[in-house]
Design a protein around this ligand. Structure first.
Ligand code: 6PG
Length: 253
């Protein structure tokens, strides 16, 4: 991946990267709305982004009327389940900001996983006005990463890693080990910007392997935006094994 489209930002701790992530979200939202009148963002699931999500409720410059929220993946559980990515985001900020209901695009979990994948794919094609073979152009995609190098719900060894046609697929696995819906790599890599948010010493080895090793051993290694920016937002622990020269800059508190 071209070095001028890769940046590694390090913050002291999860609080610092949460603030940094909220700031990047706000900056991209303002820039996108100014440029084209709307901002299309896909949220990550898991626990890491939750502090950032909570901070979004207080970013006064975001024109929520012009924002559309999607998800990179979702667990096929009821929205009131503690495992629901949509449910967590609703509690953390979506229920607190003036975002029109029709601008919130949760992955459907009230049908079978395969039906849900098809339904979300249809929704993306409709919203983005896609013709056959087209890819939705998201302005920003947030991703997390597991210790095994999975991202979204794209897990090591899964055939979903090789998907080149479908926009959304149904998979089973992860923690919790449930059915899930996930965007595929063609969609993720079409984005104008992808931001990984990763925290904690237990991920330092996989962070180093994904960022510094050439071979794409892990699912997260396959996140290579075709023309967009790839940003890693890491706390000091998660970045602790990276060579100093790898780092782009430190977030100031
Ligand atoms: C999911 C996530 C998943 C997550 C990583 C990291 O729905 O499970 O999208 O890819 O980002 O597993 O999770 P934590 O942030 O909880 O470590």
């Amino acid at each position: 991946m071209k070095k001028d489209r890769l940046r590694i930002m390090v913050g002291e701790n999860r609080e610092a990267i949460s603030e940094g992530g909220a700031r990047l979200f706000e900056q991209k939202a303002i820039e996108s709305v100014e440029r084209k009148g709307r901002f299309l963002v896909a949220l990550s699931g898991g626990s890491t982004p939750r502090e950032m999500h909570k901070r979004l409720a207080f970013r006064a410059s975001i024109l929520w009327d012009e924002v559309h929220v999607f998800w990179g993946d979702e667990r096929c559980v009821p929205v009131d389940s503690p495992w629901s990515n949509y449910g967590a985001a609703w509690d953390d900020f979506l229920g607190k900001v003036p975002l029109p209901a029709e601008h919130i695009h949760p992955m459907p979990v009230h049908m079978t996983p395969d039906e849900g994948a098809l339904s979300y794919e249809r929704e993306l094609k409709h919203l983005f006005g896609l013709t056959a073979g087209g890819l939705p152009l998201l302005d920003l995609v947030f991703l997390g990463m597991g210790k095994d190098g999975h991202t979204a719900s794209l897990f090591p060894g899964a055939k979903s890693l090789e998907e080149r046609e479908k926009l959304v697929v149904a998979v089973k696995g992860g923690d919790p080990d449930v059915y899930r819906l996930t965007l595929t790599f063609p969609v993720i890599n079409r984005a104008r910007e992808v931001i990984f948010m990763v925290s904690g010493r237990e991920k330092a080895e996989v962070v180093k392997a994904v960022i510094e090793a050439e071979e794409g051993r892990f699912p997260a290694s396959r996140v290579r935006p075709a023309s967009g920016m790839l940003t890693w937002l890491l706390d000091r622990e998660a970045s602790s094994l990276l060579a100093e020269k790898t780092l782009s800059f430190y977030l100031h508190p």
